[in-house]
Design a protein around this ligand. Structure first.
Ligand SMILES: [Zn+2]
Length: 468
């Protein structure tokens, strides 16, 4: 992209008024013309009253339901979305197909065999192998953390069912997930390297109800990863109490279906820019979900948010200068495969991607707006942050990574933003049977829609270069 110099007005004295001096040292704020500001205000007002986004996630989760990557249901979701986007008046609607390895559960059951026979609630992890027919039965060995399993000797683990009982910390920004998810990703591989038969983890989640959180684990063909499943939190505690009394024998039965290749795809729709249609402001979400719930907060909500926001921009008297591109990514849950497919397919248009954002953290309110802009583009970040303040959104740092499917774009030079949502309750629902539409509050969802509409419109209407 060509680098143009932009003029911005300096507003001396703002530093003393601004409580955010610790976050933002220089206080240069780019100017927004009155007519553009009026449109932004209109978008925010209409966003808070919007029904399109809420109805999108309601109908997607109702009329399609769960959308496991590579499944027939994910394909129905692509067809459903293209029809819905056409009804809403979007342009250039298309699906960009790609192939993925397919995995789905058929059976996942576990029980304590001795000393106190009883069933446990589990969920096989994505990528788990099947147990031998009839299941596997063995003594359990418990570890407090993934690190403890790594440090354990082969003698201790060999021929056992490993149980990692690590808890996840509840935080507003979801930062507890990064640590907690390591056991989900690595347990099977490490267990199998040490001669263990299967791996059970305490669910990666923050709730205490009797259902388990699924999610993807790493697979390493070289070591032949074994079966792995997550236990519901009460079952993890039950198992721990029994282990305090002596040896416990568990039976685990997992049967999965895999195919080397299955169809997935990214659904794309646009509001075409009136002056520079080739320049793209990308707002995305992922269309696939896990199979247990209906993928409402993960990530039907994100799709409702970006579709609702782009639709509001489309409803203005004239389109913004640049194109708003909505991308509903496929196969995010199984390794960001839609994100990688998009980056590959659009590799030589990356310099025309002005800005990218992905909504994939539930349906609660945005509380902070983070950017990853060039240093000289910080006045644009501040201008956007000012605009979002009435929505209760604070200015954030300039180290944003974007959402999962756009996490590869900063390396390709694309500026990204992270409108950071409140994640306090997100990991109560994430990847569980309880991730259903009734959990979504329309007022909170609409705050997201208003914010996405405002910043995406500004990025598309103003002549700003965020790479500067
Ligand atoms: Zn997600």
């Amino acid at each position: 992209m060509k680098h143009r110099k932009r003029a911005f007005t300096l507003k001396p004295g703002l530093a003393s008024l601004c409580l955010l001096a610790s976050v933002v040292h220089a206080q240069d704020v780019a100017d927004i013309p009155e007519a553009v500001r009026e449109n932004v205000e209109l978008l925010i007002q209409n966003g808070l009253d919007d029904n399109v986004g809420y109805e999108f996630v309601r109908d997607l989760t109702t009329e399609v339901g769960q959308r496991l990557a590579g499944s027939e249901a994910e394909e129905r979701a692509r067809i459903w979305s293209t029809q819905k986007l056409a009804e809403l008046g979007f342009a250039n609607i298309r699906t960009e197909p790609f192939k993925i390895p397919y995995w789905s559960r058929r059976v996942d059951k576990a029980s304590i065999v001795s000393p106190a026979p009883q069933d446990m609630v589990i969920s096989a992890l994505g990528g788990s192998t099947s147990t031998p027919p009839g299941g596997v039965e063995a003594e359990v060995i418990r570890f407090e953390s993934m690190g403890e399993l790594r440090a354990a000797s082969t003698d201790v683990v060999s021929d056992k069912i490993v149980f990692i009982d690590e808890k996840m910390t509840r935080t507003q920004d979801g930062s507890g997930y990064g640590m907690a998810v390591r056991k989900r990703r690595n347990c099977a591989t490490t267990t199998s390297q040490k001669g263990g038969l299967a791996c059970l983890i305490r669910s990666v989640g923050t709730q205490s109800r009797r259902f388990a959180h699924t999610g993807m684990m790493f697979r390493s063909a070289a070591v032949g990863d074994g079966p792995a499943a997550a236990l519901s939190p009460p079952d993890a505690e039950q198992l721990t109490r029994l282990l305090e009394n002596g040896p416990v024998k568990v039976r685990l039965e997992i049967e999965v279906e895999t195919q080397p290749e299955a169809p997935s795809g990214n659904v794309i729709a646009e509001v075409v820019g009136r002056e520079r249609p080739e320049e793209i402001v990308l707002i995305g979400c992922h269309l696939d979900s896990w199979d247990l719930g209906t993928g409402a907060v993960d990530d039907g909500a994100g799709c409702g948010i970006v579709v609702g926001a782009a639709h509001l921009i489309m409803s203005l008297d004239e389109a913004p200068r640049r194109t708003i591109r909505v991308v509903l990514y496929g196969a995010e849950e199984v390794g960001l495969l839609g994100g990688f497919a998009y980056a590959k397919r659009h590799a030589d248009e990356m310099d025309q991607h002005i800005l990218a954002a992905e909504s994939d953290f539930g349906a609660d309110k945005i509380w902070r707006f983070e950017t990853r802009f060039g240093d000289r583009a910080l006045p644009y970040a501040r201008a956007i942050q000012r605009v979002l303040e009435p929505l209760g959104i604070s200015p954030g740092h300039n180290l944003a990574s974007g959402g999962p499917d756009i996490s590869m774009l900063p390396r390709l030079g694309v500026p990204v933003v992270t409108p950071r949502q409140n994640g306090w309750d997100y990991f109560d629902l994430h990847h569980t049977p309880d991730d259903t539409f009734d959990k979504i509050d329309q007022g909170n969802l609409n705050q997201n829609i208003a914010a996405y509409a405002a910043f995406a419109y500004l990025a598309a209407e103003m002549d700003w270069d965020f790479r500067e």
